[in-house]
Design a protein around this ligand. Structure first.
Ligand code: FO1
Length: 331
């Protein structure tokens, strides 16, 4: 834990909202700086049932990334993976569009078994994180099923069918979160956002539409963030008018949203006090109604993750607590 990460405030807990690959990189930097003072609330809209197994891709990406077990080439799954299970599935003529490595498979089998026995996802993931010696708290956004469905010009597609099987090719018209309206925030998520020791909330550079919106769609979560009275800062997922990885800029274009810092602030309207913007988009920040910090946001190596995490922590330390202030929107 670095001293400078804590220098500007006696309060020390940081809550990060996170999706999969891109967000997990910043979560890793934050976890290396903060240890057990970090709580990561993770999107479960990408979860699905596959081959009878409960798969939680974003939770697992965060889990593997924070434990140093992640497959850095793929961005998902485990390092040193073997694929015997997939090879046999192929011989059997089974479904092979979604790759499950042998080591990864054990997690899905055990999670499915325990969920079927009635254990909440939050409790299962907490135990796995502890067994993987992760000091940070990794929390599913809810224990209730929320399933992202992408409405495309080819019809509605469950998220993983759109993302993995169709490689994001269909044109997106709308994104809906089935089950969100009746999902309940967990006691652990509510406690993290109400923690008197909470210093700031960081929205990781995940896809705002696919990864952060499902979290904000869980009833009660958005008001808890709005009323937390601490700085809320997002790291823009845009670099030079494009998303670094994944379909963010394609989806934004299809939804008629420009890939700009202003559009990110508008998207998170009413929530943000600050936006971290990449140096390539530095010209883009004039007249934004939030504080901005311009820095390199591309995270290729662990040093980049540490440096960006520290820049985010220093930035939130410069923003005063926000109790009783009306958050900015561009509209
Ligand atoms: N992404 C892929 O592009 N292809 C896959 O076959 C794939 C398998 C997979 C298995 C387990 C897991 O935890 C994640 C997996 N992912 C795969 C990644 C994942 O579907 C997406 O990156 C996220 O849902 C988007 O955040």
């Amino acid at each position: 834990m670095t001293d400078s990460g804590k220098a500007n405030s006696a309060k020390s807990r940081i809550v990060a909202l996170c999706g999969g690959v891109g967000g997990a990189k910043l979560a890793l930097g934050l976890s290396r700086a903060l240890g057990d003072e970090l709580t990561v609330i993770v999107n479960t809209g990408d979860d699905f049932e596959h081959l009878g197994l409960h798969i939680s891709p974003d939770l697992d990406t965060v889990l593997y990334t924070l434990s140093g077990l992640a497959n850095k080439e793929l961005g998902w799954g485990r390092a040193d993976e073997s694929w015997n299970f997939m090879e046999v599935l192929r011989v059997l003529g089974s479904e092979t569009w979604f790759q499950l490595g042998d080591r990864d498979l054990a997690l899905h089998v055990e999670r499915t078994r325990q969920l079927k026995a009635g254990r909440p996802l939050t409790s299962f993931m907490a135990e796995v994180a502890s067994r993987f010696e992760i000091p940070a708290q990794i929390l599913p956004m809810t224990d209730d099923p929320v399933r992202t469905t992408v409405i495309t010009t080819d019809g509605p597609l469950p998220f993983q069918r759109y993302f993995v099987e169709r490689r994001c090719a269909p044109v997106v018209e709308e994104i809906i979160f089935d089950g969100a309206a009746t999902a309940r925030p967990t006691a652990q998520v509510m406690a993290a956002l109400r923690d008197p020791n909470l210093r700031a909330i960081v929205i990781c550079p995940s896809n705002p539409f696919l990864s952060i919106d499902p979290i904000l769609a869980v009833p009660g979560l958005r008001p808890l963030i709005e009323m937390a009275g601490v700085p809320v800062v997002a790291v823009s997922p845009i670099i030079g008018g494009k998303a670094v990885k994944g379909p963010t800029d394609k989806i934004m274009a299809e939804l008629g949203v420009p890939a700009t810092s202003r559009a990110i602030v508008e998207h998170y309207s009413g929530l943000l006090d600050g936006l971290v913007v990449d140096v390539e988009d530095g010209d883009d920040v004039a007249q934004l109604p939030v504080q901005t910090h311009i820095t390199a946001t591309l995270m290729k190596a662990d040093e980049d993750r540490d440096r960006l995490a520290q820049a985010v922590l220093d930035f939130v330390g410069r923003i005063p607590d926000t109790a009783n202030t009306v958050k900015a929107g561009c509209r």
